[in-house]
Design a protein around this ligand. Structure first.
Ligand code: URA
Length: 221
């Protein structure tokens, strides 16, 4: 079976009008819920054939300071329909907490919303279809101050850069939007190289400092 752009894919996205900062929170939430319904029934690429559940994303919809973007769901995420709930997710939770970042105040999603079989890398056409149909819309609706790319696939998608070593922890210019990107290592890479844990942790602390999230948490007490 060939997966072509469907007529739906070619249509302008319906379900929300162009948003601005005064957009009522309720409308943002409706737009994300509408997009999520489209994601969970998506058949635009071959990944729909092998998924159990599509994984739209989770977290703060109203006012996320940061949107974290990984590569694509793994086995646990595919089973639960939630991003970063496996071992990489547990490590991410721990490092976010250590940095004073609250997972409930940020939004977490992926480049592709369906698990690639055997956790292979998503193919360029899958990335193109999924990001142009969903990720771009998510970011347009959520309007974060900052995007944090987790791992090389997200780094390359947002900035065109390939080397994590020389780019992580820096504020980078995004190719397609005005929202700055801070690149860091994928949590799963820490299981292959333990020395990356400290680098990932210090990048998350930079994100906390850049977005002022710790102060926001304290001042809300
Ligand atoms: N790896 C990812 O890139 N995303 C997830 O949601 C889980 C693991």
């Amino acid at each position: 079976m060939r997966y072509k752009k469907s007529p739906l894919h070619e249509q302008p996205f319906r379900g929300f009008s162009p948003l601005n900062n005064s957009e009522p929170e309720k409308k943002k939430s409706r737009s994300i819920k509408y997009l999520n319904r489209r994601i969970i029934s998506c058949k635009l690429c071959q990944l729909c054939e092998t998924r159990t559940n599509a994984v739209p994303g989770s977290g703060n919809i109203e006012d996320p300071s940061v949107v974290f973007v990984g590569e694509g769901p793994g086995r646990n995420e595919d089973l639960k329909g939630e991003p970063f709930v496996g071992s990489g997710g547990k490590l991410l939770d721990e490092l976010l907490k250590n940095a004073g970042l609250d997972r409930k105040r940020v939004y977490i999603t992926n480049i592709v919303k369906c698990r690639p079989p055997k956790n292979r890398k998503p193919k360029p056409d899958e990335i193109q279809t999924c990001t142009s149909t969903y990720l771009e819309k998510q970011i347009e609706i959520l309007k974060p101050k900052l995007i944090c790319s987790l791992g090389a696939t997200a780094l390359q998608y947002f900035t065109g850069e390939k080397k994590m070593g020389s780019n992580h922890g820096k504020l980078l210019k995004a190719l397609k939007s005005d929202i700055p990107v801070l690149a860091t290592y994928h949590p799963a890479s820490v299981f292959r190289n333990r020395s990356l844990k400290n680098l990932l942790q210090s990048d998350l602390i930079k994100i906390r400092d850049l977005t002022g999230q710790k102060e926001a948490l304290h001042s809300s007490k």
